[in-house]
Design a protein around this ligand. Structure first.
Ligand code: KG4
Ligand code: ZN
Length: 361
């Protein structure tokens, strides 16, 4: 463990954002973003309505070096001045992970710097330390395009998974719903935009898994219900489309609130005494305004404090990777250069499989 001020370069290539950032962790553990450069690949994937792994990997190769130069230039920092190089090593798309980790390892080797293999989910989980100075413990709702989990964050590298999805992730449900309604990609912001003009009580959609004590999720059935509803209402005019989106968003929001409530009850035994209880939301879907408002209300009603990093740091970015790297470097948790990428990499490897769960971590 070190009390030095550390400066870390973070690389993110696990999915459809290529990102590089430089973050400083000061002697009292506060973080500062010196640069945070993100290039989204949405234009490359839009025609396919989803992320194509081969296209993603090629796009990472095309621009990662330029983004690293830009991140260093904006930060006013050289490779020599870094204290470590962090890169996402999983979970995510294999070929994309290889692009980022090989680049990170090469820079670390060439400049004789520590290398840090970062779990993308851990980076989302720890972002609130960078943005709000909040240290564990806290309860985390992680809602992204690839993952939907409720975790009790005990410390860096120490997670208890309380709930997970047995099929689609929440962001994936937004994306698939947008696609079947003929909306753009990524679907979350598109559905939210149309929902803002609609009435969420227009159509009764299922609230899957609600009422169960274990805080697991399932969104595949909801997506199918939207498909059947949309078919029955064809041709869709603008208002019907808005009402479907609003009804979907309301179903999702009420479902998540029920599941978070169950997780808060389950987490009771993990809280140390005299620690203010925080509920943290991370991942791209945390940008959803309706969901955020409902979580605010839930937290307030149960005496929890809600923390949600700014939207630009909830979606995939390099700063969260650099910060997770700085936190791990501080604890001396360095990784060898032969660390292999892990397309599947659960934060809590001991968590029992959720009944009915598919292959998601
Ligand atoms: O964390 P993230 O950037 O990437 C992954 O690690 O998956 O999350 C991206 C996901 C996408 O599914 C996107 O549709 C969703 O976050 N998203 C939203 C909103 N903004 C992004 N979902 C609902 N409402 C939004 N405003
Ligand atoms: Zn993510």
């Amino acid at each position: 463990m070190t009390d030095q001020c550390t400066c870390v370069l973070g690389l993110e290539t696990s999915c459809d954002e290529t990102a590089a950032a430089v973050v400083v962790r000061d002697t009292i553990g506060k973080g500062r973003i010196l640069s945070n450069v993100v290039r989204s690949q949405w234009d490359e994937h839009r025609a396919y309505g989803g992320v194509v792994p081969e296209i993603a990997a090629r796009a990472h190769v095309d621009c990662l070096d330029v983004l690293i130069s830009e991140a260093l230039r904006v930060a006013g920092c050289t490779l020599e001045a870094l204290d470590g190089v962090a890169a996402t090593a999983g979970p995510g798309l294999n070929s994309g992970l290889i692009v980022g980790t090989v680049t990170g390892k090469t820079l670390a080797l060439a400049h004789n710097k520590p290398y840090l293999a970062i779990n993308h989910l851990e980076a989302h989980a720890l972002t609130v330390g960078l943005t709000d100075g909040l240290a564990p413990p806290y309860l985390l709702l992680l809602v992204s395009g690839g993952h939907t989990q409720l975790l009790f964050v005990k410390g860096v590298g120490d997670y208890v998974r309380l709930g997970t999805t047995i099929d689609d992730a929440l962001g994936e449900a937004f994306d698939k719903t947008a696609k079947l309604l003929g909306l753009g990609f990524p679907g979350g912001p598109e559905v939210a935009k149309h929902a803002a003009r609609g009435d969420g009580s227009s159509y009764a959609l299922p609230r899957p898994m609600t009422g169960r004590p274990e805080p697991h999720f399932s969104f595949a059935g909801l997506k199918t219900a939207v498909r059947q509803l949309a078919k029955s209402l064809e041709p869709l005019n603008d208002q019907t489309l808005a009402d479907i989106c609003a009804s979907f968003e309301m179903a999702v929001t009420e479902t998540v609130i029920d599941r978070v409530h169950a997780a808060l009850q389950m987490a009771d035994l993990y809280w140390p005494d005299d620690v203010p209880r925080h509920l943290v939301v991370a991942g791209g879907v945390a940008a959803n305004v309706r969901l955020r408002q409902a979580l605010e209300e839930l937290a307030a009603s149960l005496n929890y404090r809600l923390k949600v990093p700014p939207a630009s740091l909830c979606t995939d970015n390099g700063a969260m990777i650099a910060w997770a790297g700085a936190e791990r470097l501080h604890l001396g948790l360095l990784d060898p250069l032969d660390f292999a990428v892990r397309p599947r990499w659960p934060l809590d490897p001991d968590a029992p499989a959720a009944i009915g769960a598919g292959v998601k971590a």
